[in-house]
Write a protein that binds this ligand. Sequence first.
Ligand SMILES: C[S@@+](CC[C@H](N)C(=O)[O-])C[C@H]1O[C@@H](n2cnc3c(N)ncnc32)[C@H](O)[C@@H]1O
Length: 203
Amino acid sequence: MGSQWTKDSVYRKAMKAGYRARAAYKLLEIQQRNGIIRPGDNVVDLGAAPGSWLQVLRDLTDGRVIGVDLNPIAPMEGVTTIVGDFTDPLVQERIREEAGGVVNVVVSDASPKLSGQKSYDQARAIGLGEDALAFACTILKPGGNLVIKSFQGELFGELIAEVRKHFYAVRGYRTKASRKGSAETYIIAKNFKGTCDGAEGPL
Ligand SMILES: C[S@@+](CC[C@H](N)C(=O)[O-])C[C@H]1O[C@@H](n2cnc3c(N)ncnc32)[C@H](O)[C@@H]1O
């Protein structure tokens, strides 16, 4: 990563506070403004490397915290990490086992490697969001919460409409820590209806 990405004030603040990435402040803000995680919740973090969201999650709950990423995540006390693709059924099975059958919250900051081609990158990011939703629907407890990283653009409306079919309260949320000019928007979904019925596409 070049200096454009490494030297902003949020990055410096994160490093000083001992977080593995500046993204920690995005989840802290999401939590502060939306109350997604409750003490005792079991939480699954999709696309978790290098692990700053896991650090925040570990502080927010005494429940199980499980992080999954294509890339290895350096060990963290009290956190289970899995290397793999969260869309892979075998990886999903492993997550289920580690969660001990109950998952209250799924958070996904997963994003594809960017090509620089805007509409292509947006389509792939939305696809990952759909994958996160599909998996969350199979693992979340009724009443559970979901956060999905997404990007404003032509397909965003379709994704958020799909999320609305499965959760009682849904909104798009831009964090202050998101980079200036970025289309990054998180979908905050609360109170899972408890069913995958009525789903379209990959669900
Ligand atoms: C922006 S980073 C996540 C940062 C993380 N929230 C943190 O705070 O440290 C996005 C991550 O998504 C991961 N990722 C993308 N697609 C994935 C997939 N299908 N399965 C697992 N991880 C994936 C990437 O490897 C990358 O590490």
